[in-house]
Ligand binder design. Sequence first.
Ligand code: PLP
Length: 375
Amino acid sequence: MKIEMVDLRGQYLHIQSEINEAMQEVLASAAFINGSQVKEFSRNLALYNGIKHVVTCGNGTDALQIAFMALGLKPGDEVIVPVHTYVATAEVIALLRLVPVFVDCDEDHFTIDVNQIEDKITPRTRAIAPVHLYGQCADMEPLLEIARRNHLFVVEDTAQAIGATYAFSDGTRRRAGCMGTIGATSFFPSKNLGCYGDGGALFVDDDALAERVRMIANHGQRVKYHHDVIGCNSRLDTLQAAILNVKLKYLDRYTEARQQAAARYDELLKDVAGIILPKRTENSTHVFHQYTIRVLNHRRDALKAYLAEQGIPSMIYYPVPLHLQKAYIQEGKGIGTFPVAERLSEEVLSLPMHTELTLEMQEFIAERIRCFVEK
Ligand SMILES: *Cc1c(COP(=O)(O)O)cnc(C)c1O
């Protein structure tokens, strides 16, 4: 029994003929860039998300960068970001000469601690960039209310949470990435909706903003060779769009498989001492991009090493919070500034999670964890 962190090959084998056919069609047409499949996929994903515009691009990091470019922010403007996240969120902010302003996270759900946002707002604050980490939405209702009161844009990093839904107190439900000003996502192969290379997209409801996003992703041009604004070159190629068009049909089934696997982990690990299982919020569904446990008593690294010896992969997302990363150190923000994120960086461990995980594999993983933690 070979256990993988993510089993892309196993997933492909189930849809092999459909994928191959879709790819053959692209090869036969030779429309490798901007083929009809790109528009078709954008339309299908917009329908799935219940949003007006999906603009595809080269990868998730580009999607975030294009989002901030489209908002017309000026150097020195501040953007509030969670400190416990993948680097891309803060990277594009810094790259555009904006200032990432870090906020600690909620230790139960790993997402930005909404109660700490208002303290960080200054006259230069222009946007908040929540990250729907591990597959569960940040607490968007109060966050959007803070944004509204302070006239701030909201850029959602939804690279890990495509398909998750968030319920507002008035009963409306929205998809992850479709609640703020712009949503940015990634189709990196291991994401919940992954292609076979790089890919990304932006989710926008506003027509004018969508047009601006489209223009920026395409060298700042609306008419070929007429460049109205400074843009970049970021495209989802036709082969990837064709693959995604097939896989989008299976996204809900993939999400269910992940949720089932998560429920099985919950059951198998429920009474194991010394670990904390991932908690769900009331407002958001969880699409389990990661199933992330916390390992207490400074035993995380030892557990990870022990599991590796048993042939069980696991991953640490992320070992260093952003404020302690060399490239992102800010004056006066050393160790102790964001205690929750710092503790989580020493406790989190993501277990194998994918659509092909079997009960047998999970029983073995759980048994090995129990064996280590309780010895
Ligand atoms: C994967 C990821 C990204 C970046 O996506 P790429 O396609 O690899 O550029 C950004 N933010 C988060 C939270 C991610 O998980």
